[in-house]
Ligand binder design. Structure first.
Ligand SMILES: Cc1cc2nc3c(=O)[nH]c(=O)nc-3n(C[C@H](O)[C@H](O)[C@H](O)COP(=O)(O)OP(=O)(O)OC[C@H]3O[C@@H](n4cnc5c(N)ncnc54)[C@H](O)[C@@H]3O)c2cc1C
Length: 355
């Protein structure tokens, strides 16, 4: 018997994989339905389709270019192949797959903590206790499961704020804005859903709303809806297992420090955990593989966080070169170690940005 806390994409995908293997799986979700509220931009690389088939059911747009804007408004355009998800539809797609495979979903069930090796769950009719062979925390960045199992660590977060806006957009290009006045320690984005609507946002460690309102005003956007959430910063010391409690996705802080993306590393963690449960392998050991790439993302982020605006301008100027663009276009950013190595070989001047 397996209890998964959280019907986000990562919990549902894990439930699907385990139910498919014949395990009895219960998913406990605190909300009355999956996929709401939206706390994500929803950009993914084509690597998503390693986990789920490409479908118009949840892919709402695709991109062939990113425009990277420097603090002096100079910019580089890099070709790429990326996709935009409707998170509500994506989360429901994965949950339906889990339910079709035999998992049970319990909405309006909030995990409160562990007591005598049982999960205490708050329902509309009061508290219940749940016994299971495995408990899986897929309950997002501030994971109650991690807290109550003593796996939380000293987490750090970025605060992300986003708005849906109307305007005129180049549908297949999204734009990122770098600079210490725009979004210190991260970046801002304009990601078109269509020719007429876009997801506009940024993340910072503090004063996020001030930066966000300034950004919206500067670009003269009128929001029609606000969204937002926390992005946990990956920490290599994060423990992901204690006894029969396991953490996956944002609950384990498995996000890329360069972009804040957590969907692909989260889905990967679901795959690794289900394989470990099915084949009796050590999850803490197996999860080390994706950790290596996440560490490289952390190193790049640490370097970028020390950049002054003039260094962003210089770096983006270097990226304009044809050979550099080609490398970005041909190498998946899910594997930054490979990309960095090739970039430095192609343009040794980039070394000074790294060291
Ligand atoms: C502003 C912003 C933009 C982002 N953009 C991107 C992007 O473009 N690409 C990308 O890959 N990633 C992005 N991310 C990160 C991405 O959203 C997360 O990595 C992803 O949602 C993680 O999925 P999850 O299932 O682990 O957690 P979540 O999506 O947080 O799901 C957790 C689930 O657990 C439930 N839950 C929580 N506590 C309890 C409880 N006590 N009891 C029961 N249920 C509970 C919640 O209701 C929720 O359904 C972004 C994040 C933010 C904040």
């Amino acid at each position: 018997m397996i209890s998964i806390i959280g019907a986000g994409p990562i919990g549902s995908y894990c439930a699907y994989l385990l139910a498919k293997k014949g395990f009895e799986v219960n998913i406990f979700e605190e909300h009355p339905k999956a996929g709401l509220p939206i706390q994500c931009t929803g950009i993914v690389t084509k690597r998503l389709f390693k986990y789920v088939p490409k479908s118009k059911e949840f892919v709402v747009n695709h991109f062939n270019k990113v425009q990277v804007v420097a603090p002096d408004n100079s910019f580089a355009e890099i070709p790429l192949e990326e996709y935009l998800l409707d998170r509500t539809r994506f989360d429901n797609y994965l949950l339906n797959k889990a339910v079709d495979a035999g998992a049970n979903i319990h909405f309006n069930h909030r995990f409160k903590g562990f007591q005598n090796n049982k999960a205490i769950i708050k329902t509309k009719n009061g508290l219940i206790s749940n016994k299971a062979d495995y408990f899986v925390g897929a309950d997002g960045p501030t994971s109650k499961v991690a807290k109550s199992a003593g796996l939380y660590n000293n987490r750090e977060f970025l605060v992300g704020m986003q708005a849906i806006v109307r305007g005129n957009f180049n549908k297949n290009t999204f734009t990122t804005f770098f600079g210490n006045k725009v979004a210190p320690n991260f970046f801002a984005w304009v990601v078109p859903e269509s020719r007429t609507t876009a997801r506009v946002g940024l993340a910072t460690k503090r004063s996020t709303n001030n930066y966000f309102q300034y950004f919206l005003r500067a670009l003269k956007f009128q929001p029609i809806e606000y969204q937002g959430g926390l992005i946990p910063i990956y920490n290599s010391k994060q423990r992901v297992k204690k006894g029969n409690v396991f953490l996956i996705g944002d609950a384990a802080a498995l996000t890329k420090a360069t972009t804040g993306g957590g969907l692909l590393s989260g889905l990967e963690s679901s795959g690794i955990l289900s394989d470990c449960i099915v084949n009796n392998k050590d999850y803490a050991k197996q999860i080390k593989k994706p950790h290596y790439q996440l560490l490289v993302h952390n190193l790049i982020r640490k370097k970028l966080n020390n950049f002054e605006d003039k260094e962003y301008i210089m770096l983006i100027n270097q990226i304009k070169q044809k050979k550099i663009k080609k490398l970005f276009a041909n190498n998946c950013r899910e594997f930054p170690s490979k990309l960095l190595f090739k970039l430095v070989l192609a343009e040794p001047k980039l070394i000074k940005f790294l060291f």
